[in-house]
Design a protein around this ligand. Structure first.
Ligand code: UDP
Length: 476
């Protein structure tokens, strides 16, 4: 059919909405703007209600989602961290991936995985397909990832015990306590697999960021590429964010926003998987209340064990009055709105009433906030969110970060209230809003055909894939 004449790209996102969403969006973009057909391979082990609904909403004429057969992880210690599950899953999927490749009627012109998928790239290369990594976060985080093997070899202590911050080319100095959590201590079960995760057979690395946001670090990366032959070239192709047009508003929070003044509401949300501890939940609630500002808060049952407790169950609902402070809902009902578990985030950020975003600094959230010109308050929880918080506050200048007394401690209600007031009403907030609007415009320019930097970078890669595919067809 017609479909089989389009070049075919195969994508393998790691489980988790924060991984599936960007790779699916990338597939949609390749189909719409560059005439590919795309197959999105997913893991049947992990299919949350939110993910199932999201996959069902993809344009079925250009993006097909195929679920790989279930992979047993029952031998892993049940309390091992998510990163260990993900690394094991990706290592064990190789035979299934080979079968999938052999079953495609339209052979793959290119393969794209995310960072946990880098272990699949040698197999894909063996199958004669160029394999790329879609790096769903920023260039500064990629710089850290690329330097990890060397940092590990030259550092005897745990990174979190380093007395001085680490300086990487083009990056603001970062403390070991702001490293991704599995990397802070060498004894972490995911430390070893993650240190070498970017040492791969990639033909290139696509990064969901754009030049204006990462100027200094891009310059440094280009210099490194010049100096080291054979390094996979980096392509900045973002910001790729969801349009949000398919988002449903079950809770009616958008109608509530319609009734609020422009730029007056703080959106509070911690991504698809983030949960606060019981104590942090109390401080957050009382801090928001004390700020006196309008807020729209996506709440989840607190968890004292894992900061990403909702990771695999996104979309499950519960009753917030069970865990919010006594009387909180009643006292804040005129200024605040609480939504259980999930909100149409892109529509919320795009809404004129939304003037700030209290965020865990997941990279998708940071980009969505940027493209809608909404400045942020950084409250990182897990994964690489601390690093993102550092760069958003210190390098990019679109966020403020209320601090706890010790690096991993609870952020108190006073700090939260002060940050919220500052962002929504203060001079610093005004400056951040200006800077965010500048970046919003720069993001739009980067994506605009024919000359936007990200547009051109992706077009270059797409053309290469098409040429490779037609050469392979010609030689058979
Ligand atoms: N998201 C949403 N509603 C919510 C929570 C999250 O639509 O209530 C979306 C959000 O817009 C973003 C993604 O889920 O696209 C979260 O990705 P991010 O990288 O910010 O964080 P992660 O979930 O990976 O921690």
């Amino acid at each position: 059919g017609n479909e089989s004449r389009r070049p075919h790209v195969v994508l393998l996102p790691t489980p988790g909405m924060g991984h599936v969403i960007p790779l699916a969006d990338f597939a949609v973009r390749l189909a719409a703007a560059h005439s590919f057909s795309a197959t999105l391979l997913t893991f049947s082990n992990f299919n949350s209600p939110a993910q199932a609904a999201f996959l069902a909403s993809l344009p079925s004429d250009s993006v097909t989602s195929v679920s790989l057969p279930s992979i047993s992880l029952s031998d892993l210690p049940p309390d091992s961290p998510i990163e260990v599950h993900l690394c094991a899953l990706l290592t064990r999927c190789l035979p299934l991936l080979r079968d999938a490749f052999l079953s495609f009627r339209n052979p793959a012109a290119a393969f794209v995985c995310d960072l946990f998928g880098s272990v699949t790239l040698s197999l894909v290369r063996e199958l004669g397909v160029p394999g790329y990594i879609f790096y769903p976060t920023n260039l500064r985080m990629l710089t850290l990832a690329l330097h990890l093997p060397r940092l590990d070899e030259t550092t005897d202590v745990d990174f979190e015990d380093l007395p001085d911050p680490v300086c990487l080319p083009g990056c603001v100095a970062i403390r070991g306590t702001d490293f991704p959590d599995p990397l802070r201590k060498k004894s972490h079960p995911a430390y070893a697999p993650l240190i070498r995760i970017m040492s791969s057979d990639a033909a290139g690395i696509l990064v969901n960021s754009f030049e204006e946001m990462e100027k200094e670090v891009l310059k440094a990366i280009r210099e490194e590429e010049q100096a080291e032959a054979g390094r996979p070239p980096v392509h900045l192709v973002g910001p790729m964010v969801r349009s949000g047009s398919d988002e449903a508003d079950e809770s009616g929070c958008l109608e509530w926003l319609d009734r609020q003044p422009a730029d007056s509401v703080l959106f509070v949300s911690f991504g698809s998987g983030g949960s606060l501890s019981t104590e942090q939940m109390q401080e957050m609630a009382l801090g928001l209340e004390a700020s006196g500002q309008r807020f729209l808060w996506v709440v989840r049952c607190p968890s004292d064990k894992e900061k990403n407790a909702a990771f695999f169950t996104s979309g499950s609902k519960d009753d917030p009055s069970n865990y919010l402070p006594e009387g909180f809902l009643e006292r804040t009902k005129d200024v605040g709105r609480v939504v259980s578990s999930w909100a149409p985030q892109v529509k919320v950020l795009a809404h004129a009433a939304t003037g700030g975003f209290f965020s865990h600094c997941g990279w998708n959230s940071a980009l969505e906030s940027t493209v809608h010109g909404v400045p942020m308050i950084a409250h990182p929880l897990y994964a690489e969110q601390h690093w993102n918080a550092v760069l958003l506050t210190e390098a990019v200048g679109i966020a403020i970060r209320p601090r706890s007394r010790d690096p991993y401690g609870v952020v108190g209600r006073e700090e939260i209230a002060a940050a919220v007031k500052e962002l929504m009403q203060g001079e610093k907030g005004k400056a951040l809003r200006c800077r965010t609007k500048e970046l919003q415009e720069a993001a739009a320019r980067a994506l605009a055909p024919p000359d936007g930097s990200s547009y051109k970078a992706l077009q270059g890669v797409a053309n290469k894939w098409k040429e490779g595919a037609s050469l392979r067809v010609a030689s058979t």
